[in-house]
Design a protein around this ligand. Structure first.
Ligand SMILES: C[S@@+](CC[C@H](N)C(=O)[O-])C[C@H]1O[C@@H](n2cnc3c(N)ncnc32)[C@H](O)[C@@H]1O
Length: 328
């Protein structure tokens, strides 16, 4: 732990010029054990065994691979059987937020299914769409899966259900799914991970969802999960030294003055407006949009956000890297 008690935090890291990193978790803070009692610490990759150790073990971090991604997609086949749902970091890239994200996707599932069944009028869509037997879905900010694949599968099942309820032939319906993300996204990985038994035609669409991506009135259902919180750019006030929102050396609004929070909020409002204007043109009349966005209730302060510790650590790492470049 840092010698200066004021510098101690839940996650403490020591970096060396030869790229070795040692992290110490202060369990008293993370597990709410009280800061004043005996400190309980977990250290990864220490240069030497710390004094007063209680336990020492060797472990490894799983490597992301196509096989692992496919296996995590297969998990879907056992989900919900006999009332058992699996939720863990192994459903993503082994970070705890992967488990959380997947859990959120699962909980959004029933909400989305109900919304599709209640609001989708296929007879109306058929009247306005020239290609009446094709149903077009877009996944915005899809990353490399697998959450988007699961969402798409849910959507297809719900649309087929609507078909049956509205007296239409669900077998005659053909689905096309366009997966969108920034051009730098790993679309190769995305396509490799697509399930062979999928019931839809797939294609990728690179580009920012803050602008137009598709022709007018071309899609029936647009879906996006955990992507809209990404801003199109850093709000200009944050890097303006004359502005009260100048966020010197920071990449986040946690613990910053209210002007910083307001600058992020204003940028989000502008981005949402561009997003909605573009989608309004691209969606067929009567089409639907399902958006899952992480939020906090408007009557709570924005700072005590559970990922703040992680973001602060990232901020410290990025600042150190930037300072190292400056001194080279
Ligand atoms: C946290 S991931 C979510 C991925 C997936 N939807 C899920 O639920 O797991 C956010 C994704 O949004 C993408 N993204 C962020 N801004 C974007 C933009 N302006 N246009 C398209 N994709 C964007 C990122 O590249 C990233 O792949």
């Amino acid at each position: 732990m840092p010698k200066n008690p004021a510098a101690r935090s839940a996650w403490n890291f020591l970096g060396t010029m030869d790229n070795k990193v040692c992290v110490t978790y202060w369990l008293n803070v993370l597990q709410n054990l009280g800061k004043t009692g005996l400190p309980y610490l977990v250290t990864l990759n220490p240069s030497h065994t710390p004094e007063h150790k209680l336990l020492k073990w060797s472990t490894g971090h799983p490597f992301p691979s196509v096989v692992v991604s496919k296996a995590s997609f297969e998990l879907d086949h056992i989900q919900g059987k006999r009332g058992i749902w699996f939720c863990g970091a192994y459903q993503g890239y082994s970070f705890h937020e992967d488990g959380l994200k997947r859990n959120a996707v699962e909980s959004a599932k029933s909400l989305m299914n109900a919304a599709i069944v209640d609001n989708l009028d296929l007879n109306q869509l058929n009247r306005v769409s020239a290609s009446s037997n094709s149903f077009k879905i877009v996944g915005l900010g899809c990353s490399v899966g697998p959450n988007t694949f699961i969402a798409v599968q849910n959507i297809i099942e719900s649309v087929k259900l609507v078909c049956q309820c509205q007296g239409l032939d669900s077998e005659a319906l053909e689905f096309q799914v366009l997966f969108n993300d920034q051009a730098s996204n790993d679309f190769n990985m995305l396509f490799k991970c697509l399930s062979k038994g999928r019931q839809y035609f797939a294609a990728g669409v690179p580009g920012s969802f803050h602008g137009r991506l598709f022709p007018k009135s071309s899609f029936h259902l647009m879906h996006s999960s955990y992507s809209l919180q990404w801003l199109s750019k850093v709000p200009p006030e944050l890097v303006d030294k004359q502005s009260p929102a100048w966020n010197k050396g920071r990449i986040y609004y946690g613990g910053a003055p209210k002007e910083v929070f307001e600058a992020y909020e204003a940028q989000f409002a502008k981005d949402m407006e561009s997003f909605l204007n573009a989608r309004a043109l691209e969606l067929v009349p009567g089409g639907l949009m399902a958006l899952a966005v992480p939020c906090h209730p408007s009557d709570t302060p924005p700072s005590p956000f559970f990922l703040m510790v992680l973001i602060q650590l990232l901020e410290a790492i990025l600042n150190d890297m930037a300072n190292m470049v400056k001194t080279l």
